[in-house]
Design a protein around this ligand. Structure first.
Ligand code: AN0
Ligand code: CP
Length: 316
């Protein structure tokens, strides 16, 4: 595996889930594998879980880690090929990526969408240039359109908790005060469509996701209808894809509450975090025994570890 940017970069998602679950039981079984290998983590946006869990995963494998918040600590990056750089940008991404590739054996990069130019975001302008110029294996730490480490951890969590072979998993849009990326729901949909679960997406009209990721999902616009018999309910806000980057105001209240959850099969609540409490989901649910938010966050370590291990085995 040279790249981990989408579920399509791996041949067998369930095999990777099994590998991650094995590493959770024996985190230090491969603590020599990463000796004298360096992981670089490059952030163009904030992070708590991705940064720390990926760092921890690398440490469990014996790697050295360098972290750079390039948006704050680096030179202002130029993204346009052929640009005459007489403005505010100081360094071209092609030079920055090539240099970092010389310092690191594997690089992780977080590059959120701008949410104004759909075409630039959905062609992954930053990630693609970075992968091209750095020459080493690259892990997406959430790109403009996808967040595969999160989805791998989410699928692990569902595997650990499911009580039937084919559980019903519902992805429900949740309210938020800001325009958020579609990366987490796109990615969750992409992975769930390959996971052998009954997968339903529910959202207000106008919040349809890009069909490239949802073609195999059942889409139901009435939240109550979608929740019936669910075993897992995954809450997430996203901004509009069709009216790109906009926050539309649905007429109903889409916040997840205990009374709505009574329609489910005593479902587990999932959220990737950070969560706006009592806006997206009520405290009562997030702090209930049905909540899996901390287990998802814990599994981020072993999801990253499984990906790093696979990459290290190829380069060492
Ligand atoms: C980000 C998002 O929605 O993509 C990161 C989630 C992991 N969330 C926020 O910006 C609040
Ligand atoms: N879930 C997740 O990716 O969290 P961070 O944005 O804090 O990394």
């Amino acid at each position: 595996m040279k790249y981990f940017t989408t579920v399509n970069d791996i041949a067998d998602p369930m095999a990777l889930v099994k590998e991650a679950l094995k590493l959770k039981k024996q985190p230090y079984a491969f603590s020599e594998l990463g000796k004298h290998k360096t992981l670089g983590l490059i952030f163009l946006n904030p992070s708590l879980r991705t940064r720390l869990s990926t760092q921890k995963a690398a440490m469990n494998l014996g790697m050295q880690v360098m972290v750079m918040n390039i948006d704050k600590e680096g030179w202002a990056l130029e993204l346009e090929d052929g640009a005459v750089m007489n403005g505010n940008t100081v360094e071209h991404i092609k030079d920055a990526a090539a240099v970092m590739g010389q310092y690191c054996d594997i690089i992780g990069i977080r590059c959120f969408p701008g949410l104004t130019d759909k075409k630039a975001d959905y062609c992954e302008k930053i990630l693609v240039q970075f992968m091209h110029h750095c020459k080493v294996p690259v892990i997406s730490l959430e790109s403009a359109t996808l967040h595969p480490l999160q989805s791998l951890a989410d699928l692990m969590t569902i595997e650990e908790k499911k009580k039937t072979a084919k559980p019903k998993v519902v992805l429900s849009w949740a309210p938020h005060i800001k325009a958020l990326p579609q990366a987490v729901p796109n990615s969750f949909a992409e992975w769930m469509c390959k996971a052998g679960v009954e997968f339903v997406i529910t959202h207000p009209a106008g919040y349809e996701l890009c069909e490239d990721y949802t073609s195999k999902a059942k889409i139901i616009h009435t939240q109550e209808e979608a929740l019936k018999g669910a075993d897992f309910v995954y809450l997430k806000n996203w901004s509009s894809y069709h009216d790109y980057g906009k926050v539309l105001s649905p007429s109903e209240n889409w916040m997840m509450t205990k009374s709505k959850m009574e329609l489910t099969n005593n479902a587990h609540i999932m959220h990737c975090l950070p969560v706006r409490r009592n806006v997206e989901v009520s405290d009562e649910l997030l702090d209930s025994p049905q909540s899996l938010i901390l287990q998802q966050a814990e599994n981020r370590i072993y999801a990253a570890q499984a990906v790093l291990k696979t990459m290290l085995e190829k380069i060492s």
